[in-house]
Design a protein around this ligand. Structure first.
Ligand code: UZR
Ligand code: MG
Length: 256
């Protein structure tokens, strides 16, 4: 596998690949424009399910970010990125094969390891990987998680966080300056040249694939409560209902 990420499989007593109780997790995709509140919606869902203060290995619900799967840039692309001329909002900026493989492993109940990404250096953090243990519910959030059909089809439920673009820009600017070490000119240029056009070309058209559209993002406590209730129903029913039979995990290999 690329980037030196290794995966360890766990096997059940019958020698078969084993997930949580041998079942595939309920996989939820969460998309929406930059700074729409995707991460916060996921955080609220986890909080309401009482998952936040739990040990990672005990968690029934885990959240993974598509941002962890930005691919390593070539030296030429790195130079572009330093000048704010690399398009991080394009589907090709991600290691999509690794995303597909990771989600397939997750659906198969296999423990997997995901890379860490540093926005300040625009590169992967060497030797820093996070282990994702089999869980009942997995949230996968990011701007383009519904772009490739092969990845999109893996989700059991698709949410789109629909926050108006002025609000998103107003959040994005201070976040990039404070958390991602940028200056105002850089942030606004990048927004106008790449972030906004790519949102319109690649992200917004995927809204139509969503099962649930969440207006106003994390402020929408009613929508979040409805989704949480759906997850609780799933968790309490999982003894009786198996989603394994309807799992899309075996629908095919590769993105093309
Ligand atoms: P969210 N991004 C960076 O700013 N730098 C990087 O090295 C990698 C990604 C940004 C990316 C996108 N765009 O808009 C955003 N740019 O991260 C996605 N420019 O993250 O969904 O949390 O906003
Ligand atoms: Mg985010």
């Amino acid at each position: 596998m690329n980037m030196g990420i290794t995966r360890k499989m766990s096997f059940g007593f019958n020698g078969k690949l084993n997930g949580v109780e041998g079942k595939t997790p309920f996989l939820i995709g969460v998309s929406g424009g930059t700074a729409s509140g995707k991460s916060t919606v996921c955080k609220r869902i986890m909080e309401k399910l009482g998952q936040v203060d739990m040990d990672h290995m005990e968690r029934q619900v885990v959240c993974i970010s598509q941002d962890s799967f930005y691919r390593e840039l070539t030296p030429a692309e790195k130079l572009k990125a330093e000048k704010g001329q690399f398009n991080f909002d394009h589907p090709d900026a991600f290691d999509n094969d690794l995303i597909l493989q990771t989600l397939q492993d997750i659906l198969a109940g296999i423990k997997c390891e995901i890379p860490a990404y540093d926005y300040r250096t625009n590169s992967l953090v060497k030797d820093q990987i996070t282990t994702i243990y089999p869980a009942d519910v997995v949230l996968f959030e990011g701007i383009l998680v519904f772009y490739f059909p092969k990845i999109r089809d893996l989700f059991h439920m698709k949410l789109f966080v629909d926050t108006d673009s002025d609000t998103r820009l107003a959040r994005r600017v201070p976040r990039d300056i404070k958390e991602r070490g940028r200056d105002l000119d850089y942030v606004l240029n990048q927004y106008m040249n790449f972030v906004k056009p790519a949102f319109e070309e690649f992200c917004l058209p995927t809204k139509k694939f969503a099962d649930v559209i969440i207006p106003r993002g994390a402020d929408n406590t009613v929508a979040i409560e409805l989704i949480v209730q759906h997850i609780r129903d799933f968790l309490s029913n999982r003894g009786r209902v198996t989603v394994e039979s309807e799992s899309p995990v075996n629908r095919g290999e590769g993105l093309s």
